[in-house]
Write a protein that binds this ligand. Structure first.
Ligand code: HEC
Ligand code: HEC
Length: 354
């Protein structure tokens, strides 16, 4: 719409100026004298000019008034431009980001709305956690059974992973889980731009951090000086405490390790306990996507408990070493923005007792 309007305006301007040139050319040709030598007498620069009276009187004043007028324009318009410009730039950036977020939302939307139905598994457009139908083969009996696999909340995913790690998950999916590969590089339907657009959308639905200057974008990675995302932490701890009080778990550390809140977005068990995600847990901490943590293996990997706390706070990074002889793949999330250091210590103590 806008493009066609501005094209029409451009055509109009072009036509008017072409017409103007034609009229000028006609008058110019007709206005010239045909006799040879006439231009010598009548050349424009030989025309008699204003006399002193007019030159130093009304004409001078007119030029001075014009000068003043331009000075006023410069002194008012230029500062005004400076005042407005940062706002205009911020608006432009905001509009630009919003466009991508909206496109990402279209990809995230249910199939009926033309999206790829991320929302269908992950608990709606706000991605607060959901379940996905899946079929697993029982390793003992060889029987195939259908299960409901927990699809974690994604409204904290940018706090748990770096952007590149999220991109990896979206590109390649999670093998042996309902999360399929979405990037063309992993055999999925989405090009790089779609994946980036989806990440923009994920950023827009992150739970805001506490004590952060409120920005229009909910997620602000520059505001991570130790503040946890919103009141979520309180809710998580309260739920874990309830489960301890009800006798389901022996300690807060154990409850947090196994916590089923936001479909496991806060738990360790969904990656470290096989079957936890579809309500058929095998040995707790016995290993699944993440390594086996039982039999004191985490004590061998981290002889120093503080190193283990630091590892769980920051998660793993692709290629980077951790512990005694671990090498990260980037798949172990960071928990430093979900839990306080004391809370992580409780989890670590529990894990070391496995
Ligand atoms: C068929 C259901 C399903 C669909 C559709 C789906 N996911 Fe998933 N997704 C899952 C499940 C289940 C997991 C957790 C897998 C596991 O247990 O490791 C997951 C994991 C993830 C993770 C990793 C989160 C974490 O903390 O480990 C991200 C990010 C993610 N999905 C994003 C998306 C996006 C974006 C889309 C849409 C393009 C999408 N998913 C579509 C089921 C689904
Ligand atoms: C999304 C899956 C996932 C979740 C959730 C997860 N981990 Fe991990 N964890 C991994 C992976 C994968 C590794 C292996 C390192 C790698 O590949 O980067 C790992 C490695 C570890 C290790 C090092 C083990 C070793 O011997 O090398 C420890 C300890 C650990 N995780 C503890 C935890 C704790 C505690 C939590 C919960 C607060 C947790 N993990 C949540 C996937 C996960």
């Amino acid at each position: 719409m806008f493009a066609t309007t501005s094209t029409s305006i451009a055509w109009l301007i072009l036509l008017v100026s072409v017409a103007g040139w034609i009229v000028y050319a006609i008058f110019n040709v007709r206005g010239s004298r045909s006799e040879i030598g006439a231009e010598q007498k009548l050349a424009a620069n030989r025309k008699e000019y204003y006399d002193d009276e007019a030159l130093e009187g009304p004409r001078l004043e007119r030029v001075q008034v014009l000068g003043l007028l331009f000075l006023v324009i410069i002194t008012i318009a230029l500062p005004l431009y400076w005042v407005m410009e940062p706002h205009r730039q911020a608006e432009a950036t905001f509009g630009f980001e919003k466009r991508f977020t909206d496109w990402g939302a279209q990809l995230f939307a249910p199939t009926a709305d033309g999206g790829y139905n991320c929302s269908g598994c992950h608990g709606g457009m706000k991605a607060t956690g959901g379940v996905a139908a899946y079929a697993v083969t029982d390793p003992k009996t060889g029987e195939v059974k259908s299960v409901s696999w927990k699809a974690p909340a994604l409204n904290t995913v940018m706090y748990r992973y770096s952007e590149e790690e999220v991109r990896f998950i979206l590109n390649y999916g999670r093998p042996f889980s309902p999360m399929s590969a979405w990037g063309t590089i992993g055999g999925g339907p989405m090009n790089d731009q779609s994946i980036t657009t989806l990440i923009d959308y994920l950023k827009s639905i992150q739970i805001p951090q506490e004590n952060c200057v409120a920005t229009r974008a909910a997620y602000n990675p520059t505001c991570d000086d130790g503040d946890l995302p919103a009141a979520n932490n309180k809710e998580v701890i309260a739920e874990a405490q309830r489960q301890v009080d009800s006798g389901k778990y022996g300690s807060l550390g154990e409850a947090l390790f196994n916590l089923d809140l936001g479909s496991g977005a806060y738990s360790c068990a969904r990656c470290h306990t096989k079957g936890w995600s579809y309500d058929d847990p095998q040995v707790t901490g016995g290993g699944a996507l993440g390594p086996n943590l039982t039999g004191g293996s985490s004590i061998r990997q981290f002889p120093n408990q503080a190193d283990m706390v630091a590892f769980i706070q920051s998660g793993s990074e692709l290629g980077k070493r951790y512990g005694e002889q671990g090498q990260g793949s980037g798949r172990m999330p960071a928990f430093g923005q979900l839990y306080t250091e004391d809370q992580i210590k409780l989890i670590v103590e529990y894990v070391r007792s496995l």
